[in-house]
Write a protein that binds this ligand. Structure first.
Ligand code: ZN
Length: 479
């Protein structure tokens, strides 16, 4: 059953001048100020988001589109967030549903919830927002949280609050990229923006989040003030955590854990990988990085300045998950890509970054050759089975909705991605390969990079790299 309650939220700044404001500077990022309160007894989050959104496109905009990720958790969703095989574990107390209700949008002429799966909030601006102008909106909404161990929900021990607010769709060549949710893969594509979140919770809830922040407790409630500038999203995990901290390359690193028996080791993996990737790809660019052990059914999940790792990981699985999620601080958070249309671009790179890390840190006992070899074997095993069952579709470059399942997605976007980047490195040599990757990072930081942006960095070094990429992404090469 879905429950919604309205609470009065203090407006963080005056709403009198909402509407269209002229002359945002070209470089100005969107700014979101979210004030929210979590009510555990109702599994509900009540919030107001003030958004200042510049039109950085070349076209006048009459409407803005926002993703409503919480609606993927509603009863009857066509694109549910949890694969069937994982549902019994994720829905720990039986099926449970959530969703988001938009209460009002100030500063707009009108709004509606639609899209293919009630996944899009469309905000009509009334008059055209011209390039360089800025829209100012205040969106009040309530999120009903499912009882689920996932990106958004009340888990067994943690409350995962990610993708809980209307998230502006990235703008592409044919308008706003309105994507449905996906059971595998991360259907999240967003431009960098400046976020602040004021989150009120009952006293006793600890918080792990991406960004910097402070907490104050009064009258039985704790208010977290969190700031995440130049980020693609803002994410928080509530729970009762133990914490260990260290520092690497001037970045404060914190590991918030539940029952990890070797937290210092996990923290060290996070610190070593953050330092290694900073030196190899380019500066991390933020003052803090947090890893949080949380209720999540598989592996981990990346957010800007925050990585979730599943509390159910074995000691053997944990290092690669921490390294992979840390690599996403470059291949997702710093350098964005269209993860819905070209998932291999960031998953392949994040996974291949693990091979680089383990090559540089032999103490983990996973050689580069072993890591790449296992990826190749996994892909080949998948391919021989899928060839018999479905005919072969070896394309890497296809939307998330065209993958047949989690197994194919894993083998094609991750494992085949590792093999692809290994082959590119064979072509260019390691030194030029790493130089091309750091160039890709430098040229595309803060952007949503296209596959051509990535491929171009290698083909400038070695012209035949372009054909190699194409043979993999179009599924024409035989491994
Ligand atoms: Zn990943």
């Amino acid at each position: 059953m879905r429950k919604f309650f309205t609470v009065a939220l203090a407006a963080p700044f005056a709403l009198a001048a909402l509407g269209l404001v002229a002359c945002a500077s070209e470089e100005e990022r969107a700014n979101y100020r979210i004030v929210a309160e979590y009510f555990p007894e109702r599994s509900m989050l009540s919030a107001c988001m003030e958004a200042r959104i510049p039109n950085k496109t070349e076209n006048p905009l009459s409407a803005l589109s926002f993703e409503l990720y919480p609606n993927a958790y509603r009863e009857g969703a066509k694109y549910a967030p949890v694969p069937e095989a994982y549902a019994p574990a994720a829905y720990y107390s039986g099926m449970s549903y959530g969703g988001v209700r938009i209460l009002s949008v100030e500063g707009a002429a009108d709004f509606s919830v639609g899209g293919e799966d009630e996944n899009i909030l469309s905000v009509s601006l009334g008059e055209a927002l011209f390039p360089g102008e800025r829209a100012e909106l205040a969106i009040r909404f309530e999120v009903s949280l499912a009882a689920v161990d996932h990106r958004l929900g009340v888990g067994e021990r943690t409350v995962n609050l990610t993708g809980f607010y209307p998230a502006l769709c990235a703008y592409g060549e044919s308008g706003f990229r309105e994507y449905v949710y996906a059971q595998y893969g991360d259907p999240f594509v967003a431009e960098c923006a400046d976020f602040t979140l004021s989150l009120t919770v009952p006293e006793g809830y600890g918080a792990a989040y991406g960004g910097t922040g402070s907490a104050a407790t009064r009258d039985g409630k704790t208010v977290y003030e969190i700031s995440a500038p130049d980020s693609r999203e803002i994410a928080v995990v509530l729970g009762t955590f133990s914490r260990v901290r260290t520092e690497a390359n001037g970045t404060e690193i914190e590991y918030c854990y539940l029952d990890d028996e070797t937290p210092e080791r996990t923290l060290e993996i996070a610190a070593e990988s953050l330092a290694y990737f900073s030196e190899t790809f380019g500066a991390y660019g933020h003052p803090r990085y947090t890893v949080v052990e949380t209720d999540f059914p598989y592996g981990g999940m990346e957010f800007p300045m925050l990585s979730m790792i599943s509390a159910s990981l074995s000691a053997e699985e944990l290092p690669a998950v921490v390294v992979h999620e840390t690599a996403h601080q470059w291949w997702y958070s710093a350098v964005g890509s269209d993860q819905f249309e070209h998932a291999w671009q960031d998953e392949g790179l994040a996974e291949y970054s693990c091979a680089l890390f383990f090559e540089a840190f032999p103490a983990y006992g996973v050689s580069y050759e072993k890591f790449v070899g296992e990826s190749e074997r996994a892909y080949r095993a998948f391919y021989s089975v899928s060839l018999q069952l479905f005919g072969a579709d070896a394309r890497m470059d296809k939307p998330l909705t065209e993958f047949t399942g989690a197994y194919e997605y894993r083998c094609v976007a991750y494992d085949k991605g590792v093999v692809l980047f290994d082959k590119v490195r064979m072509l260019t040599g390691k030194k030029k390969f790493l130089a091309a990757l750091s160039r890709y990072c430098a040229e595309n930081r803060g952007r949503i990079a296209s596959p051509e942006d990535l491929i171009g960095c290698f083909s400038r070094t070695e012209a035949s790299a372009e054909g190699l990429f194409a043979s993999f992404t179009e599924g024409k090469c035989v491994l």
